[in-house]
Design a protein around this ligand. Structure first.
Ligand SMILES: Nc1ncnc2c1ncn2[C@@H]1O[C@H](COP(=O)(O)OP(=O)(O)OP(=O)(O)O)[C@@H](O)[C@H]1O
Length: 371
């Protein structure tokens, strides 16, 4: 199967070729035709399998084919984190390289003037985190009353407690007649039910069992006492054959503390979490992406969607208490067919969390004995 068989227009095919993709992934192959037909979609596929292109490619094509003389926002993509908004915007840039369509990302933590100036020039596709979008809407700087396509990326996260009120407010301002697309690697049943109230006769595309982890990630767990965790972390990371590792911590404070301890042990590390300025967040991520730091300690703001080329290793210093979060965290490795390793630390207070995670992913992880 080639992208050509998906009835894509030449400028889109040209951009896909330039990106170096040989063939569509399963989720792309299954969702692109439905989206091109104008259907609503719930798309579930494992982490790192190209869900972004599954919506970005057909959206670009639809906007191009039904081109409008007006300069209004025609597609809105909602996404939970600022880093992800930037990344999705970069994806639209790649796939839309040979099309005249414009796009931009708006997100909090940075001044709004530049964002407003770009919107005022006219954009076809707006990628937004909900808070900044509502902010700019309330100031009259953004009008989403003409959108044709609405995307909820990481849909279950967008509709969980932290975001649901914001999303409901946004939904009141978009036209009822629209195409709505939901994408995520995880989709808990209650969220799926709620989704049905927003979508119109959606096609469900489940490429693999919902919430399953990518086969490309080798998972294991250490049972470790709380006061032994730091030593274990240092021992693991001293192994220089691990080129880079992303370490998840449950708290911002815990993340900072780990950075200090690792730096003291001679291991270069930086943290990314919600108490840092947006510039510091982006810098930590960029430094990690270009390998100027070897270890990035993150809270769950980096759990979803973030695509880091050749990231071989993820550590859960603590297990997350929401099992779906585990699936997203370890999905930062083993992307686009490459292989990855994910190790988790489990102390005696976290046995229940481990149980819930293993129930969700449908298997028990091998336990690594400590010597
Ligand atoms: N058809 C393809 N062939 C090769 N690589 C691809 C293809 N489609 C996407 N990719 C690459 O795969 C990587 C993962 O894609 P993407 O970030 O969209 O994954 P995802 O399914 O959204 O993951 P997550 O659930 O973690 O958000 C990206 O680096 C992207 O460039």
């Amino acid at each position: 199967m080639h992208f050509k068989e998906l009835n894509l227009i030449p400028p889109v095919i040209k951009a896909i070729n330039k990106a170096g993709y040989e063939k569509p992934t399963e989720i792309q192959y299954q969702s692109i035709p439905h989206i091109l037909k104008g259907n609503d979609i719930i798309g579930c596929a494992q982490t790192g399998t190209g869900k972004t292109a599954s919506f970005a490619i057909p959206i670009l094509q639809l906007l191009q084919q039904n081109s409008s003389a007006q300069k209004n926002i025609r597609t809105l993509v909602l996404t939970p984190t600022r880093e992800l908004a930037i990344q999705i915007s970069e994806n639209f840039k790649i796939y839309g390289a040979f099309l005249p369509l414009t796009h931009t990302a708006i997100y909090g933590g940075v001044p709004q003037n530049k964002q407003i100036a770009i919107i005022n020039k006219g954009v076809d596709i707006l990628i937004a985190t909900p808070g900044r979008l509502l902010d700019l809407m309330s100031q009259g700087c953004v009008n989403i009353s003409q959108i044709e396509i609405l995307v909820l990326d990481e849909a279950d996260r967008m509709l969980d407690m932290g975001f649901v009120n914001d999303v409901k407010k946004i939904l009141k301002k978009v036209p009822e007649k629209r195409q709505t697309l939901f994408f995520s690697a995880t989709m808990p049943p209650d969220i799926r039910k709620f989704a049905q109230t927003i979508l119109n006769q959606p096609k469900e595309i489940n490429v693999t069992p919902v919430s399953s982890t990518a086969q490309t990630v080798k998972q294991s767990v250490y049972f470790v006492e709380k006061d032994e965790k730091l030593n274990l972390l240092v021992t693991i990371l001293e192994d220089q054959s691990i080129k880079r590792s992303l370490v998840f911590s449950r708290t911002k404070h815990g993340a900072d503390k780990l950075v200090r301890k690792l730096v003291k042990a001679g291991i270069s590390a930086a943290a990314i979490h919600g108490n840092k300025s947006q510039n510091a967040r982006q810098k930590a991520l960029d430094d990690f992406k270009k390998s100027s730091i070897r270890i990035l300690i993150a809270t769950d703001i980096a759990a979803r969607g973030i695509d880091i080329d050749e990231l071989p290793h993820v550590i859960n210093y603590e297990l997350p208490n929401v099992p779906e979060t585990y699936v997203h965290r370890i999905g930062r490795t083993g992307r686009a067919g490459s292989s990855g390793v994910a190790v988790s630390f489990c102390d005696k207070d976290q046995k229940k969390d481990l149980h819930n995670i293993q129930k969700l992913i449908g298997f028990n992880m091998p336990v690594i004995p400590q010597n």
